[in-house]
Design a protein around this ligand. Structure first.
Ligand SMILES: Cc1cc2nc3c(=O)[nH]c(=O)nc-3n(C[C@H](O)[C@H](O)[C@H](O)COP(=O)(O)OP(=O)(O)OC[C@H]3O[C@@H](n4cnc5c(N)ncnc54)[C@H](O)[C@@H]3O)c2cc1C
Length: 304
């Protein structure tokens, strides 16, 4: 990202919401569950599976979490009804982690039990560092109870290599990603190349240790590195999957699928699209420039 784009990316939080909505539409399937189901159906016909995400995070009232849990139950019922190849992803702070850890555990447990009865897997997304320990705590509890759950680890965090010391022995099912949250240097690598090297180092350790891994990246160097590790280890194709976000690099998606690998697309839907959209725009190398152009054109049109 050049300096101008980086500057614009930092200013995205003050960009008017309709402009953010316009530029981020490609990352979101729509407002309704029906939108996510339609997109998932299409992905399934293209040879990809999906993970459906109800947009929402950092709830401040328990009733909000309960309402999100209901939406997830409806999504699970619809996945079964429509015979879709999909599971679900949810965020701990959407399930009340900022309010009460036990309440959050209970809410995620109720969704995971509903999913388990329908033979569907639940992924617990990883948010920023104040929630890492509690997310692992919830994950471990639910896994020990025999529920089909997994979580996420972030190559950006310095702690992650150490976390593998307990995650590998418990044969964790993990999504490995770089990590989207802007974390302080004291706890996170800030150098892009170190994050990349760490991503491949962690992947090698996890796959060698027998864990099922969702390799979540659009970085072709990481895909290339992952393929090399998979080949060296001689792993069968049911021990891993690639994962990508809706709206990002469909060509890479097609390349991975046509090489015969399993690929899952993250399909978000819902009315609370704003925080997710801002994160996506910030990591899009070209988008920041388009946003600025659009604001500039509006200024000129309005005579300002
Ligand atoms: C399925 C999935 C689930 C995820 N879940 C989590 C999670 O639970 N917690 C978490 O912290 N992070 C999560 N992430 C985000 C992840 O941590 C990274 O921030 C994100 O994937 C970008 O990293 P990258 O490996 O694609 O590499 P980058 O170097 O950021 O991107 C590589 C290339 O991909 C393209 N690209 C990347 N992002 C965009 C975009 N938004 N728009 C357009 N092009 C883009 C660009 O061409 C870019 O050069 C998830 C990512 C995926 C794919």
């Amino acid at each position: 990202m050049n300096l101008l784009n980086e500057f614009i990316a930092r200013t995205i939080p003050i960009v008017p919401k309709p402009i953010v909505g316009y530029f981020s539409a490609r990352y979101i399937s729509g407002d309704k569950l029906e939108d996510a189901l339609r997109v998932t159906r299409k992905l399934n016909t293209l040879g990809a599976c999906a993970t459906i995400d109800v947009l929402g995070e950092s709830v401040t009232r328990r009733e909000e979490s309960t309402a999100f849990a209901d939406q997830y139950r409806q999504a699970l019922d619809a996945i079964v009804r429509d015979k879709l190849d999909a599971n679900i992803s949810l965020k701990p702070t959407q399930m009340g982690l900022k309010l009460d850890r036990e309440f959050c555990l209970d809410t995620i447990r109720s969704i995971a039990s509903h999913a388990q009865e329908r033979g569907i897997f639940v992924r617990i997304d990883m948010e920023d560092h104040p929630f890492t320990d509690d997310t692992f705590w919830i994950y471990r509890k639910l896994k020990e109870e025999g529920l089909a759950v997994g979580t996420v680890i972030q190559a950006r965090l310095r702690r992650t290599d150490g976390d593998l010391d307990f995650l590998i022995p418990m044969q964790a099912n993990l999504r490995l990603c770089k990590g989207i949250y802007n974390e302080p240097r004291s706890i996170a690598y800030t150098d892009r190349e170190i994050i990349r090297e760490n991503f491949l180092h962690l992947l090698d350790r996890l796959l060698s240790g027998g864990c099922y891994i969702g390799i979540a990246t659009h970085d072709e160097m990481m895909v290339w590195g992952a393929l090399r590790i998979l080949r060296n280890l001689g792993l069968p194709r049911d021990r891993y999957e690639f994962q990508m976000l809706l709206g990002v690099d469909e060509e890479l998606r097609r390349i991975i699928i046509s090489a015969g690998h399993k690929l899952r697309v993250y399909v978000p839907f819902g009315s609370q699209w704003y925080p997710y959209s801002v994160r996506r725009l910030k990591e899009n190398p070209q988008m920041a420039g388009y946003v600025l152009q659009n604001i500039f054109k509006r200024q000129v049109k309005n005579g300002g």
